[in-house]
Design a binder for this molecule. Structure first.
Ligand code: PEP
Length: 246
């Protein structure tokens, strides 16, 4: 049995008012949105607000990044222990925007994964290839290298893996179910069988059912569509029940 999870990545969007409205609409529609687990990964300044609003509901919350360091002179950074104190269940690590825009290396991502784990958080490790890498036939090599960097230093337990092709993130161009399934099946060979593997990259209400019907796609990591309650709820409905039999 594997867990079904739909996690929103709000990126650097929102305000106190818009978050209250978004969560209000999502909570109001949860009743008929199926039983999959769900979570939102929110900007740091809103974690307290989100924690207060979601406490006691079935929506978990998490951060979009975490420091690899436990504490110290790291101006601007946020530790895993701080996130745990805010009730975070999840922390994204290795999102392609962190890798590409902020130069996060495989080694740094592995250290962030270990730090999150050490504080009792569930890391959501993101891996994915660029379009050039896909077109050069290097997809498995790239995602394998990104995953191996973590596997070489931490056990992959109490952790979620997300396949996010860089060319599909925020572009409106999702991987086809077959393209995603092929990479998920490859990743599945490298992690424990109960690992929840999410697909991320322009997943929305219109394409979620097709992607989530694939045998190795256990849920979604949702960027843009997680900012619209109806879209997010529709993806949750498409994900169906809390667990999927393997
Ligand atoms: C993401 O940021 O992880 C993501 C998948 O974004 P989008 O759904 O907007 O492509």
């Amino acid at each position: 049995m594997r867990t079904r999870l739909v996690a929103g990545n709000w990126k650097m969007h929102g305000s106190r008012a818009s978050i209250q409205a978004l969560l209000g609409s999502i909570l109001a529609g949860l009743g008929d949105a199926g039983g999959a687990e769900c979570a939102v990964c929110v900007p740091y300044p809103y974690l307290q607000l989100v924690a207060e609003r979601l406490k006691g509901t079935r929506i978990a919350w998490g951060a979009q990044n975490v420091s690899e360091h436990a504490q110290g002179a790291y101006t601007g950074e946020v530790s895993a222990a701080m996130l745990a104190e805010l009730g975070c269940k999840y922390a994204l690590v290795g999102h392609s925007e962190r890798r590409q825009l902020y130069g996060e290396t495989d080694a740094q991502v592995a250290a962030k994964f270990a730090a999150a784990h050490g504080a009792g958080l569930t890391p959501i490790l993101c891996v994915g290839e660029t379009l050039a890498e896909r077109e050069a036939g290097r997809t498995e090599q790239v995602v394998g290298r990104q995953l191996d960097a973590v596997l070489n230093s931490s056990p992959f337990e109490n952790a979620v893996l997300a396949y996010e092709p860089v060319w599909a993130i925020g572009t409106g161009r999702n991987a086809t179910p077959e393209q995603a399934q092929a990479v998920h099946a490859f990743l599945r060979t490298k992690v424990p069988s109960e690992t929840c593997i999410l697909y991320g990259g322009s997943m929305k209400a219109a394409n979620a059912a097709g992607l989530l019907a694939m045998p190795d796609i256990d849920g979604g990591l949702i960027g843009g569509a997680s900012l619209a309650a109806e879209e997010f709820l529709a993806i949750l409905r498409a994900a169906g029940s809390k667990r999927v039999t393997t």
